[in-house]
Design a protein. Structure first.
Length: 112
């Protein structure tokens, strides 16, 4: 199960996360969408992008474990960890380590 969750994490955090999503999930960045209709001002989109990214992870965890509890835990932890990274509370290395710790915790809780 841990290997399936690690594969899901790699797909969701790297292959499925576009550069636009990575930039726009950070509340400190201006939206990078240059395709606004004429006259429309840029709007705050980071909460939607961050939540969408976390939902993609939740879907991957659900598929990997067939447990909604794993999906909920992945969703909540991913929102919190990525928001903290965007606040520069830690960098990418600690962020990835903490995500793996969450995957280990989910595996442990589901297999005990």
């Amino acid at each position: 199960m841990l290997f399936k969750l690690l594969i899901s994490h790699a797909l969701c955090d790297f292959a499925l996360q576009t550069p636009r999503m990575a930039a726009n999930k950070n509340r400190h960045n201006r939206p990078t969408d240059n395709a606004l209709p004429p006259g429309q001002r840029p709007q705050t989109i980071w909460p939607y992008v961050l939540i969408s990214h976390a939902l993609i992870h939740a879907g991957g965890a659900w598929i990997a474990t067939d447990r909604v509890e794993a999906a909920a835990g992945m969703f909540a932890s991913h929102v919190l960890l990525d928001a903290a990274k965007c606040e520069s509370w830690w960098g990418v290395h600690l962020d990835q380590l903490l995500h793996v710790v969450v995957l280990i915790a989910i595996t442990t809780l589901l297999t005990v």
